[in-house]
Design a protein around this ligand. Structure first.
Ligand SMILES: [Zn+2]
Length: 418
């Protein structure tokens, strides 16, 4: 029986994988192919990346532009927190679809189905299967196909203890049902990295717990293989982290420069995606585009400014008035624990306030764009490192190839070699 099992350790940086910090992952590398050039979507933010994982498409095509986005609603730019459990239903009502392309859960309905266990934000969990084709277990949302209630909703905390309880249920309940696709998306180490410095003892203790959870799934998959199942096992992360070197209130900067009318105005809306900002321009204010670009390009905090005409180069499109993507200034300087990579963060409207010295992500800097990918199974020689470019959008077609299900109309490419 051909199946795929995916374990995501949210926020794990590639350079944190090693025998001392993550012994189970380090050992797994001997049995799996590793991808040292693996990259994630822009923004490198969990909700948009989750949709790219689920659809095999960049945000330009699945249309979930970030963790915080604006939608043009009846001619008004309305800012939204995508993490809310009801956001994708709202987007469906406004735009006609939650995501503009099908998810793995939808594609796998006729061939074994999908079960997703997820301990990040409700909006990110929803992005895997917004139209309820498979089973989703999350501490806020648990449901079966068609939105039917499940007998035992997932009740866990967003921390290492919750991840551990979720992993135990995943192994006890999801794997024995032998779905075509089983996904375990842990909340750690992302959660602790937002609250403590990268490399701190608190961080490393939680990282060890996440590694233990991955190890428990590796062992469970080995038992199912011994029973005859042909399981493709993918273990990785959705993005890395940088250390926050300071905070920038992008909207306040735009107001001070005379480029936005006021804090509540909807002529220009800039939304924090951690170390990135998505800047939306209302269609009626087209004559402001050139001045906006000149301003953004002249700011020392704006590390990389991508205008609308070039959004395709980072997998985005100018939907809903998206005019500029900004990846805030970053460098390779180390933090107090010797962990390199720091970036400025944009002040959020809804998420927790910026925590200087702790971890963050969202942009295009080196370490937030250094997630982990290791794949074990047919087409992946154990103990090898593949130098090729690999991207989060490649995971869905790779999974479908293993399951012998067509992967038509995806941006990504299957990673198996003959
Ligand atoms: Zn994440």
């Amino acid at each position: 029986m051909h199946r795929a099992v995916v374990v995501i350790l949210d926020g794990l940086r590639r350079d944190f994988v090693g025998p001392a910090r993550t012994p189970r992952l380090a050992a797994f590398a001997a049995d799996a192919a590793s991808f040292p050039a693996f990259r994630t979507a822009f923004p490198s933010a969990t909700r948009a990346v989750s949709a790219s994982f689920a659809t095999g498409c960049h945000p330009a095509r699945h249309t979930l532009q970030g963790n915080a986005v604006a939608l043009l609603e009846n001619g008004t730019l309305v800012p939204h927190d995508v993490g809310r459990p009801d956001f994708l239903a709202h987007k469906r009502a406004i735009t006609g679809h939650a995501l503009a392309v099908p998810t793995l859960a939808e594609r796998l309905v006729p061939s074994g189905g999908a079960i997703i266990f997820n301990n990040v934000s409700p909006g990110a969990a929803n992005a895997h299967d917004p139209d309820a084709h498979g089973h989703l277990y999350h501490r806020v949302i648990s449901r079966g196909p068609g939105g039917a209630p499940v007998p035992q909703p997932l009740r866990v905390t967003l921390d290492a203890a919750g991840d551990r309880a979720m992993t135990e249920r995943f192994i006890a309940e999801a794997l024995p049902r032998r779905p075509a696709l089983a996904v375990l998306w842990l909340g750690e180490p992302d959660h602790i990295q937002h609250e403590t410095p990268l490399g701190s003892p608190e961080h490393l203790a939680v990282l060890r717990e996440a590694d233990r959870n991955a190890g428990a799934v590796i062992d469970a998959v080995a038992r199912q293989r011994a029973e005859g199942d042909d399981v493709l096992l993918l273990i990785g992360s959705d993005h890395g982290h940088e250390t926050v070197s300071g905070a920038v209130d992008v909207e306040a900067e735009l107001i001070a420069a005379g480029l936005k009318a006021g804090a509540e105005s909807t002529d220009v809306v800039a939304l924090s995606n951690g170390t990135a900002s998505l800047v939306y321009l209302h269609p009626d204010q087209e004559n402001r585009r050139g001045r906006l670009e000149d301003f953004l390009r002249s700011q020392s905090w704006a590390g990389m400014v991508v205008p609308a005409a070039e959004l395709g180069t980072i997998g985005q499109a100018p939907h809903h008035g998206l005019a500029f993507a900004v990846s805030l200034r970053a460098d390779d300087a180390p933090n107090a624990y010797g962990v390199p990579g720091r970036a400025l963060a944009a002040m959020p409207r809804w998420d927790k306030p910026v925590r200087e010295g702790c971890g963050q992500h969202g942009g295009l800097a080196r370490y937030e764009q250094s997630p982990v990918l290791m794949i074990e199974g047919p087409g992946f020689a154990g103990g090898t490192a593949r130098a090729q470019a690999a991207h989060i959008v490649d995971l869905a077609p790779t999974i479908l190839r293993h399951l012998a299900v067509p992967a038509a109309n995806m941006d990504g490419q299957a990673l198996q070699v003959a």
